[in-house]
Write a protein of this length. Sequence first.
Length: 407
Amino acid sequence: MNIVPANVLAYFQPIFAIDTGETHAFEVLGRYQTAGGVISLGPFFEDKNTAGADALTVDRLVRRDALRRYAAADSEEFLFINLRLGWIAQFADRPEEMPTLKWAQELGVNPRKLVIEITEEEFNADIREFSAVLAYYKHLGCRVAIDDYGKEASNLDRLARLEPSYLKINMDYIHRCGNLYYREYLRALISFAKQVGIEVICEGVETEKQLAACIAAGGRYYQGYLLARPQPELRRDAVNQEIFRGVFDRTIEDLHGAVTMRNVLRRDWEQRLQTYLAARTFVAQDDADAYLGALCRDMIADIRHVKRMYICDRRGKQLSSNFENHRGTVTALDYRERNWAWRGYFQDFTEIYAAGGRNHITGFYIDATSQEEIYTYIHALDAETFLFIDLQNYLKWFEKNAAEKGD
């Protein structure tokens, strides 16, 4: 592809913030004017036959055009500029000569508004080759974003060393969010990023279902064709607010409805269990198996919904066998002396109990042994002893009961 410099253009795709309902930033994307219209320069940059020097020359044309128009627009939004690590590593011993910074200074662009976006798949090089350059960008006030996080060389050590301000999640995870594993990974990654002070951008959002999944996972920033396509100008109003607001309102309503339903069902389950527990007195930890055996017989009408029961002391040591239910047949498996204090929900309950609570139901998770979707109900039998009941998706249980009753 023969590039005519005058035909190289910078386009801008908005990055939308859910909390303000406004455009938070623009990502610079390369475009090329042809006789048939404007085309993306993506294939040119990705073509293995494109010489590195040619790619760098064209990319610099895009960056300079972007900075010129950003300065002219007097924009308050952040500007994301993509840079290859190989290009910036060559300035390790002379970072003050980097073209992007020189142009920004010439045009009066505040470096604190610039975000240097690097692609994670390029991290195969020694991090020391470019970390000094990124440190110089940060020294001047620029931020750093890692693009396509999760695609190639996911490495926590590199993440810790770079300390980026943003992670742009690889769009494959967004596009596959209908799958439980991808959806939970997305939720976990966003949660992790929040804990360490990194903002997550969900990019490549193309459908309302993907947008809803990202909202439910706790995403704050969004980018994709569903909300706004790349534009030749820095348009703050380019985001489709009607689509976003509609999906946002429906998703939040669904989340609130699910929470309400869980609370109703939790109370229903607690009332059922309390009836069974009131009929049985827990005497001593040495009698844990006898107590659970009797409780299982009492609960015969509801036992089909229980995956397993067991009792631990408050330090996590299991006092009883595992009373495992398989299609109505309960078997006692010896798990005594094992310790479960390391489990997150055990730690959560110790805090709840210390604050005066006696019962807790976890969120759903996949049981590692059976690969079934379950929840765990925890009840304090006394100050030293906790009862754990793993339920086979209690939401479906009560939904079925409600349907049978005609509620």
